[in-house]
Design a binder for this molecule. Structure first.
Ligand SMILES: Cc1cc2nc3c(=O)[nH]c(=O)nc-3n(C[C@H](O)[C@H](O)[C@H](O)COP(=O)(O)OP(=O)(O)OC[C@H]3O[C@@H](n4cnc5c(N)ncnc54)[C@H](O)[C@@H]3O)c2cc1C
Length: 460
């Protein structure tokens, strides 16, 4: 793999490092005051009484003609990468570009489930680090991201599924992850609304129970990272669409492709130069990588979700059924949030479908017959960038300075913090951090896949 270190270090001249530090000095206080201000009830009262405007969550600034790094995609991955570049490495001359608004992709459309009970040791270690970062996020970002550690339960309806649950539980325990197989009586105790009788089409034989899993408010995470990055000097540019990646020296047309290096991007607002360009565009990942002459083994599929009217809270944990292609959790407001597996066709359309709603309703009622009279409020769809092994593609590519953090399928929200942290380290040091080594693009040529389908197909 090509290292981005030489390019990045050369580009980060001592002059620009100097200005990075002086801008840090101006914006950041000492003694732990280097965080954006905390929102408080008192602040809310005072602002209301004085009829004061709230400050913008992030600034609107002019687009510069060059940056030390450009991140394409203003979702949780792009914003977390920018935040950790600034916070952990002092690199702030960074722009996050999004063709729409921050959080308009999967980051603002997901069902907000987080967990770390994956199937492979590589996956477990990676997602566990993300959960650790999520645990301290409200303090780190000075913003309540509403982490609800309510537990995550994956139902087994067949002997084969039960075997996979036992396998996962053992892999998890070896890495100190709280995860174990429970029987139908324990399932009933944790989620009394589930039908655990033996006379259903898919009887519940047991479940993998993972107490540290839960949900987090997805838009708070997006805004928290954007606010934190902005506070340290990173720029966010919405309605800024990347049309092309500018390269030189590569094997392909216009200097693109393996052996070349990135020099910047072409946007609807003009050309911008940068020695580092990071692809964090999830469902649009291949459209961006193609612009640099880098082929990714990714197809884009829609994933749909739906939410009911609010009712009194009765479902205290997240419930997932792989066999029935459905998962459900209840929000603090009382709505049931449902999801499924991806639609089976590749498209960039984000339209919902009646087929989804019909199938969802049928499967949900097999699990919870008691909620037949609840009304669905709305449904929506987002795009998922699916890889053959259900693991991401992260790090350097054969084009120097062009990095990818993509292949997030249906599980990328929970991976946002660790991905941002690790991608920032890769950019700042020019080396691939250990935690993301297994997810290199080269694994597909080497046949060294990280097979997570057994834990990620519906699990989220
Ligand atoms: C319905 C649904 C439910 C889900 N549930 C879960 C869940 O419970 N748990 C979980 O972990 N994951 C879940 N996911 C997956 C998760 O949402 C995604 O994997 C994750 O949000 C990807 O984040 P991202 O920052 O990489 O990309 P995104 O948030 O998709 O952001 C990509 C951004 O790139 C921008 N962009 C694209 N092309 C360009 C361009 N040419 N120029 C500039 N900008 C561009 C887009 O506008 C977009 O804002 C779900 C997804 C969906 C759709």
């Amino acid at each position: 793999m090509v290292s981005g270190m030489a390019t990045f270090r050369a580009a980060l001249s001592s002059a620009s490092l100097g200005s990075v530090r002086s801008s840090l000095g101006a914006r950041v206080g000492s003694g732990g005051a280097d965080k954006p201000p905390r929102y408080s009830a008192a602040g809310l009262f005072i602002k209301g009484a004085r009829r004061e405007e709230w400050p913008r969550v992030w600034r609107e600034v002019d687009l510069a003609r060059s940056y030390d790094a450009i991140i394409i995609g203003g979702g949780v991955h792009g914003l977390a990468t920018a935040y950790y570049l600034a916070t952990n490495h002092g690199i702030t001359n960074v722009a996050v570009l999004d063709k729409a608004y921050l959080g308009s992709g999967g980051s603002g459309r997901n069902t907000a489930i987080v967990r770390s009970n994956y199937l492979t040791p590589e996956g477990v270690a990676f997602y566990d680090r993300s959960l650790t970062l999520y645990n301290s996020m409200s303090t780190d970002l000075n913003l309540n991201v509403m982490f609800s550690e309510r537990g995550h339960m994956t139902l087994a309806h067949t002997d084969g599924a039960l075997r996979t649950m036992n396998w996962r539980a053992e892999v998890n325990k070896l890495q100190n992850i709280d995860s174990s197989v429970i029987d139908p009586a324990e399932v009933k105790k944790l989620a009394p609304s589930l039908d655990v009788s033996g006379d259903t089409r898919y009887p519940i034989l047991g479940a993998l129970y993972h107490p540290p899993g839960g949900t987090i408010r997805h838009d708070a995470v997006v805004w928290g990272y954007a606010r934190g990055a902005d506070h340290r000097g990173v720029q966010m540019h919405q309605r800024t669409e990347v049309f092309d990646i500018l390269c030189e020296g590569g094997d392909g047309p216009d200097g693109k492709g393996p052996g070349g290096r990135v020099t910047g991007v072409r946007t609807n607002r003009g050309d911008i130069s940068a020695p580092i360009v990071v692809n964090c565009t999830a469902g649009w990942a291949t459209t961006i990588s193609d612009m640099a002459g880098v082929r990714l083994p990714i197809t884009t599929h829609p994933l749909q979700a739906a939410v009911t009217e609010p009712v009194k809270v009765f479902l205290p944990t997240v419930v997932v059924s792989g066999s029935l292609h459905v998962y459900v959790s209840q929000t603090d407001r009382g709505e049931l949030v449902f999801g499924a597996s991806v639609d089976p066709y590749a498209t960039y359309s984000m339209k919902g479908s009646l087929e989804f709603t019909e199938e969802l309703a049928g499967h949900v009622l097999e699990l919870m017959p008691g909620i037949g009279r609840m009304r669905l409020l709305r449904q929506w769809a987002g795009l998922c960038d699916m890889t053959p092994d259900y693991s991401p593609v992260m790090g350097f590519t054969p084009v120097d300075g062009f990095l990818c953090d993509v292949g997030w399928g249906t599980y990328g929200f929970k991976a946002g913090p660790v991905s941002g942290e690790q991608m920032a380290e890769a950019i700042a040091t020019g080396r691939t951090p250990k935690l993301i080594e297994p997810f290199a693009l080269s694994r597909f040529a080497a046949g060294d896949l990280v097979g997570e389908k057994g834990a990620a197909a519906v699990g989220h």
